[in-house]
Design a protein around this ligand. Structure first.
Ligand code: ADP
Ligand code: MG
Length: 693
C-alpha cells in the first residue's frame, strides 16, 4: 500500500535527508544558505555533492543534470553520468562540489534575443540551493539558474530570484516602521493547473494537435459544456486512475498536490498544490507539467496543456494565488478581525493597488502568448484589461477613508444552510468574483490571466517587482515622517485616490466594462504583439534597471525572444493548416463530392428527381472552392508577412493578417466537416476527442 507520509518527498534531497547525511557544521552552513540566500563555500559544496551523489545512487540514479529554465518556456536538461575512470579499467562514481555548483552547457542553441552571438556561446548554470535536488528516473536533478558567461540573464529563474530579493528588502523596510524585523519576507504562490486528457489513439490521428498542441480545425460537438455537468462532476474511472497515479508521483517528488477535480469543459481537469515560496512553486509547477505529460502516456492518454486546445470549448488557465509572508509565519495580506485598525495590512494592500495600476502593462504582457490570446477576453477568462477585485468590505473602507468619513467595521453575516446538523459558517469578507483578473480572495491575490502552459516565473517577476517598487516608494516617504502612523494613513488615502480606477468589483465579462475601463484610462492590450510592445517602454527599462532585475539590454532581448516566439507559433500553425487542408480535408471533401455527383448522374439517368442530391453537391462544391481559395490566401499572406524584417511589425501582421486568414480557412473547413460522412472525414472530431475518455 502507498503510505503518503512515508512516500512524500522520498525522491527529494530535502532538509530531513540533509540533516541525516551531512556533518552538523555542513548542514548548518547549507541551511543558512537556504534560509537567507547567502552564497556557499566551496569546501561545504564538496561535502554536500558527495552526500547527494551517494543518496541519489541509492535511489537508482546513474546521472546528474543541471536543470534550468531557458527562455524556451520549458525546462532544459543535459545528463552527465557520475562515472570516473579508475585503475584497471574500472570506474568509480564521483560528483564534486564544483560540478554541483556550476555547469557549462553549450548554450548556443537557446534563445538569447541577440545577447550572445553563437561564437561566444558560453553560458553557465549555477546551483540554486534554495530549491531541493531530486531524483526522477535515473537522474539526479539539480535546480539551477542559467546565465551567460558575461553575466547576462538567459533564463527565468535568475530574474525571479532577483525579484524576490527586491520584494524582501522593500517589505522589510516597511515592516521595520512597525517595529518588526523578521529574517526575510517571501512571496508565496499556489498555482492551480488546468489540463485536458484525451485518448492517445485519437490524438495520434490529429496532426494539428501533434504539431501545434491545439486543434486548428473542428466543428462544435452536439454536446459541449452547455449542461454544465462536468464541473466538479463524477470523475471517470480512467481519469481517476491517472489522477491517483499523478498525485503519487508528485508526492514522491515533494510536491504538495492537494486538490483535484473536473473542470468546466468535458475532458478538462484541475490540479492545485498547496502554496509554497514562489521559487519552489515555479520549479514544482514546471515539474508537475512535465510529469503530467509523461504519465498520460502510461495511461494511453495525452495531457494537453495548451491554453486553447478546442475552439468553442473552455480553454485552460493557471490561477496564480499570490501572497507575502514573513519567515516568522505572518501573512502580510491577512486583514485580521479589525480591518479598520490594521494599518499594516492597509499599507501593504495600498502598495499592491498602486503596483497593479502603475504596471498594468507588465502584468498583461507577462501572460501574453499566442495560445493565451484565444482566452483573454473571450468570456471564459478575464479580459485583457487588468483590474482588481477587492470585495465590498475593503472597497467600502477605502472609499470611506478617501472621503474623510468614519468607518464602522462590517461583520460577516451568518450563513445558514437551514439544516440543523450542518454547522453555521461565516460569510467571507470577500465574495468570489470569478471574472476579475486580479482578485483579493481573503488573504491572497489570485492573478487569473495566466494561460495553462505559461511558466509562472514571468508573471511573478512582474508582481514582485511592481509591489517592491511601490513599497520602496512608501518606505522612502514614511521613514522620514515625524509621525509615522499619521503619515501612513495620509499616504493610504492619497495613493488610493490616485489609483482607485484600477479597482472594479463588477462583471469583467460585460461589454460595458470595456467602455468604462476606457473612460478610466485603463489599458486594453488585446493581443500579444500589442502587449509586448510595452515591454521596453522607458519607464519599464528604468524600473527593471533600478531594481537590478534586468538591464536595458536584457529587457530588449526578452521582448525580442517573446515576439519571435509569437511569430513562430503563428507561422507553424498557418503552415500546418495549409498542409492539412490540401492533404486531408480537400481530398476527403472531393471524394464526397464525387460520390454525390455519381449519385446525381445515376439517379438522373433513371429519370428520378435529384433535388436534395443536387443541393448537397452544390453546397459541398462551393465550400471546396471557398476552402481552396482561403488556403491559397493564407499561404500567400503567411509568406508575405514572414519576409517582414522588423520583428514588431511582423508580429503585428501575424495577428492582423495571418491569424485572420487562418480563421477564414477554418470556417469553411469546419462547415465541410458537418457535411462530409464520418467515414470519409480524415481525423477524429471534437465529439470523439472530448466525450469518450
Ligand atoms: P479555488 O479553485 O477555489 O480558487 P483551490 O483550492 O483550487 O481554490 O486553490 C487555491 C490555491 O491557493 C491553492 O494552491 C492554495 O494552496 C493557494 N493558497 C491558499 N492560501 C494561500 C496564500 N496565503 N498564499 C498563496 N497561495 C495560497
Ligand atoms: Mg481551484
Amino acid at each position: 500500500m502507498f503510505k503518503v507520509p512515508e512516500q512524500f518527498g522520498s525522491m527529494v534531497f530535502n532538509e530531513q535527508v540533509m540533516r541525516e547525511r551531512l556533518p552538523k557544521d555542513v548542514f548548518k552552513a547549507l541551511h543558512c544558505t537556504i534560509k537567507t540566500g547567502k552564497s556557499i563555500a566551496s569546501d561545504v559544496a564538496d561535502v554536500v555533492a558527495n552526500a547527494m551523489k551517494d543518496w541519489a545512487i541509492e535511489k537508482g540514479a546513474t546521472h546528474y543534470t543541471h536543470w534550468f529554465q531557458p527562455m524556451t518556456g520549458i525546462t532544459a536538461e543535459k545528463h552527465d553520468s557520475f562515472i570516473q575512470p579508475a585503475e584497471g579499467g574500472t570506474v568509480i562514481m564521483n560528483f564534486s562540489g564544483k560540478e554541483l555548483i556550476k555547469g557549462e552547457p553549450d548554450a548556443s542553441s537557446f534563445p538569447s534575443g541577440g545577447l550572445r552571438s553563437t561564437f561566444e556561446a558560453r553560458g553557465y548554470t549555477a546551483w540554486d540551493p534554495t530549491s531541493y535536488a531530486f531524483v526522477k528516473g535515473s537522474v539526479l536533478y539539480i535546480p539551477t539558474a542559467f546565465i551567460a558567461y558575461s553575466g547576462q540573464v538567459l533564463d527565468k529563474k535568475t530574474p525571479l530570484l532577483r525579484s524576490m530579493d527586491c520584494l524582501d528588502k522593500a517589505a522589510l523596510r516597511v515592516l521595520k516602521l512597525f517595529g518588526k524585523t523578521p529574517d526575510r519576507v517571501i512571496p508565496n504562490v499556489g498555482p492551480e493547473q488546468e489540463y485536458f486528457l484525451i485518448p492517445r489513439e485519437l490524438y495520434k490521428k490529429r496532426p494539428d494537435l501533434i504539431i501545434t498542441g491545439r486543434t486548428l480545425f473542428g466543428a462544435k460537438p452536439p454536446k459541449g459544456q452547455e449542461l454544465e455537468d462536468h464541473y466538479f462532476g463524477n470523475i471517470k474511472f480512467k481519469v481517476l486512475e491517472y489522477m491517483e497515479d499523478l498525485d503519487r508521483e508528485l508526492w514522491k517528488l515533494g510536491i504538495y498536490a492537494k486538490t483535484r477535480h473536473n473542470e468546466v469543459a468535458p475532458a478538462q481537469h484541475e490540479l492545485a498544490p498547496i502554496f509554497s515560496s514562489v521559487n519552489i512553486a515555479t520549479d514544482h509547477n514546471q515539474l508537475t507539467m512535465s510529469v503530467m505529460r509523461k504519465l498520460a502516456k502510461k495511461h494511453d492518454m495525452v495531457c494537453l496543456l495548451h491554453e486553447k486546445p478546442f475552439a468553442g470549448v473552455n480553454g485552460s488557465g493557471k490561477h496564480n494565488n499570490w501572497s507575502i509572508s514573513t519567515t516568522d509565519g505572518e501573512n502580510l495580506l491577512e486583514p485580521g478581525k479589525d480591518l479598520k485598525n490594521n494599518l499594516q495590512f492597509m499599507l501593504f494592500l495600498t502598495a499592491i493597488i498602486k503596483a497593479v495600476d502603475e504596471h498594468q502593462d507588465l502584468l498583461r504582457l507577462s501572460v501574453a502568448t499566442a495560445g493565451n490570446d484565444h482566452r483573454l477576453g473571450a468570456n471564459e477568462a478575464p479580459p485583457a484589461i487588468i483590474s482588481m477585485f477587492l470585495g465590498d468590505e475593503i472597497t467600502d473602507l477605502l472609499e470611506t477613508l478617501a472621503s474623510g468619513k468614519e468607518y464602522s467595521n462590517h461583520v460577516g453575516n451568518r450563513l445558514s444552510t437551514g439544516v440543523e446538523s450542518v454547522p453555521e459558517i461565516y460569510e467571507d469578507t470577500t465574495d468570489r468574483n470569478r471574472t476579475s483578473p486580479f482578485a483579493f480572495t481573503g488573504n491572497k491575490f489570485e492573478f487569473r490571466s495566466l494561460g495553462s502552459a505559461v511558466n509562472i516565473a514571468c508573471p511573478n517577476i512582474m508582481i514582485n517587482a511592481a509591489v517592491a517598487d511601490a513599497l520602496n516608494e512608501f518606505a522612502d516617504a514614511l521613514e522620514k515622517a515625524p509621525d509615522f502612523k499619521k503619515a501612513a494613513k495620509a499616504l493610504i488615502k492619497a495613493e488610493y485616490v490616485k489609483h482607485r480606477r484600477i479597482v472594479f468589483n463588477g462583471d469583467n465579462y460585460a461589454d460595458e466594462w470595456k467602455q468604462e475601463a476606457a473612460r478610466r484610462g485603463l489599458l486594453n492590450l488585446a493581443s500579444t504583439p500589442e502587449a509586448l510592445s510595452y515591454y521596453d517602454r522607458p519607464e519599464n527599462v528604468e524600473l527593471f534597471g533600478r531594481l537590478k532585475i534586468y538591464t536595458n539590454e536584457e529587457v530588449r532581448a526578452r521582448k525580442d525572444i517573446l515576439l519571435e516566439n509569437y511569430c513562430k507559433v503563428i507561422n507553424i500553425e498557418a503552415l500546418t493548416m495549409c498542409e492539412i487542408t490540401l492533404k486531408q480535408i480537400l481530398p476527403a471533401a472531393l471524394e464526397f463530392s464525387t460520390r454525390l455527383a455519381d449519385n446525381v448522374s445515376k439517379l438522373s439517368a433513371l429519370g428520378m428527381t435529384v433535388g436534395a442530391q443536387n443541393e448537397m453537391l452544390l453546397k459541398v462544391s462551393r465550400l471546396i472552392n471557398a476552402a481552396y481559395a482561403a488556403e491559397k490566401k493564407l499561404e500567400e499572406t503567411q509568406r508575405a508577412v514572414k519576409s517582414e524584417t522588423d520583428l514588431q511589425t511582423e508580429a503585428n501582421l501575424c495577428h492582423e493578417k495571418v491569424f485572420a486568414a487562418m480563421q477564414e480557412l477554418r470556417e469553411y473547413c469546419d462547415r465541410l466537416e458537418t457535411l462530409v460522412p464520418k467515414e470519409l472525414w480524415p481525423f477524429p472530431t471534437y465529439g470523439d476527442l472530448l466525450l469518450y475518455v
